[in-house]
Design a protein around this ligand. Structure first.
Ligand SMILES: Cc1cc2nc3c(=O)[nH]c(=O)nc-3n(C[C@H](O)[C@H](O)[C@H](O)COP(=O)(O)O)c2cc1C
Ligand SMILES: [Fe+2]
Ligand SMILES: [Fe+2]
Length: 414
């Protein structure tokens, strides 16, 4: 007997929400906080010849999921299980679902099988029948067709979206989702969740904004009546507004007076003015090159995280730090650790700084820049204590080289 609170919720004729509400959750994936919990949204689609289950829930909520699932179908009717995303908040109940519905064919993206194997770590629980799918592939359930959209890195390599064309429903996985728990489920009935939608985008999707833009190219042309994400409200009122908002969020947001010019940001910290003099010279050298807008900032004057928006839209970034107690200084590391919120792959990075005797900071910063996937084509520059005129000339050369690297046509050797 299924209690009314464990009933499936119909979101369209023959389409049910069979997920779970987790109202006590206050932090997610270590990087997100949640104000009232979240939901793990799973769905069923009934056709004339079969039933598809789209995603599951976190393992500890499997009981709710199976109770809701059993209220809308028998396990023997399930012909298809769609895995839009393998993260355990959606795949936790998958092994048990496949034990109960062993005949189901699992549809997942090209990148997913190897990841699934690494997640399950047991050949026994690997699905026996799976099919890798991509954009253009579909599954026919009899009068209901699920079409797949290959949308990798939203926010794992395996992610995909699934589109039910006959009813205009997009099962979008984490995309368009948010951590907001409200059993009224539909966006026109729940409380105000706008803060959570933006916050989720900022922490989960923003590092992948070029992938978001590519996914939107696939999603925008679709006829849509409902967007059914894997967390938070089901978006049946104005679903296109959320798509539009993603497009805005994934598009450069700062006004750039430099027009088509490249941008180089030079940051520094300096206790006694030595690294500062180096930074001034780096800027002066960079400014001799046309087609580049150069900016200089003292990190001591501002919260490092304030610069994240600027760095997201800059082409290059040079960081100057003295060596203090065998390390770069804390604001430098704070700034660098803030950059996980954005995509920096392929941007130009560089390091410089003054030191007294051991001078570790520059190499350590370069190492971290490479780790973050900046390209670091110009070797870092170190100066012992106060820079001489000759060393300031080297700093200007260093700035000019950075500028030339940014403004010349991209070479594969960079
Ligand atoms: C508290 C303190 C610790 C320092 N530790 C180191 C160190 O471990 N290795 C080193 O090469 N220089 C060290 N230095 C020297 C500075 O790197 C050097 O004075 C440098 O020129 C400072 O550059 P700035 O004027 O840009 O701050 C230290 C300086 C201070 C004040
Ligand atoms: Fe996820
Ligand atoms: Fe998720």
């Amino acid at each position: 007997m299924v209690s009314s609170s464990s009933r499936a919720i119909e979101i369209a004729p023959g389409i049910h929400w069979v997920g779970a509400f987790d109202s006590d959750l206050r932090s997610f994936d270590l990087i997100l906080r949640t104000a009232n919990g979240t939901s793990y949204n799973a769905y069923t689609v009934r056709g004339e010849t079969g039933v598809a289950v789209i995603d599951t829930v976190k393992e500890s909520f499997a009981g709710d999921f199976f109770a809701r699932l059993e209220s809308v179908c028998n396990y023997g009717e399930i012909t298809t299980v769609v895995v839009n995303h393998l993260e355990p908040d959606h795949s936790g109940a998958l092994p048990e679902l496949l034990r109960r519905a062993p005949q189901a064919e699992v549809c997942l993206s090209i990148r997913a099988p190897l990841m699934l194997k690494a997640l399950l770590r047991s050949a026994e629980t690997m699905p026996r029948g799976f099919r890798t799918v991509t954009t253009g592939d579909s599954v026919d359930l009899g009068g209901r067709t699920l079409a797949f959209l290959h949308t990798p890195y939203l926010h794992w390599p395996d992610t995909q979206c699934t589109y039910l064309g006959e009813l205009g429903i997009l099962f979008s996985g984490d995309v368009f989702g948010c951590h907001f728990c409200d059993p009224r489920l539909f966006n026109d009935r729940v409380g105000d969740f706008r803060f959570s939608f933006e916050y989720y985008y900022g922490h989960i999707m923003r590092p992948f904004r070029t992938h978001v833009a590519k996914a939107l190219d696939l999603i925008e042309p679709l006829d849509l009546s409902i967007v059914a994400p894997a967390h938070g409200p089901v978006l049946r009122h104005g679903p296109r507004d959320y798509i539009k908002r993603y497009r805005e969020l994934a598009t450069a947001r700062l006004i750039n007076e430099a027009g088509g010019e490249k941008t180089l940001l030079v940051f520094y910290l300096s206790a006694y003015g030595n690294t500062r003099r180096m930074a001034d010279a780096v800027r002066a050298g960079a400014e001799t090159v046309d087609g580049l807008r150069v900016s200089l900032y003292d990190l001591e004057g501002v919260e490092p995280s304030s610069f994240v928006d600027l760095i997201e839209e800059a082409d290059g970034f040079a960081l100057g730090s003295p060596t203090i107690n065998g390390d770069g200084v804390k604001p430098v590391w704070d700034l660098l650790s803030s950059l996980t919120a954005i995509g920096v792959t392929g941007k130009l990075g560089a390091a410089f700084g003054s030191y007294g005797w051991s001078g570790e900071a520059v190499e350590m910063i370069e190492h971290r820049l490479r780790g973050l996937k900046f390209r670091v084509p110009v070797s870092g520059l170190k100066v012992k204590l106060a820079p001489t005129d000759a060393e300031l000339t080297q700093c200007r050369d260093f700035g000019r080289q950075l500028a030339e690297t940014l403004t010349r046509p991209v070479s594969l050797n960079d």
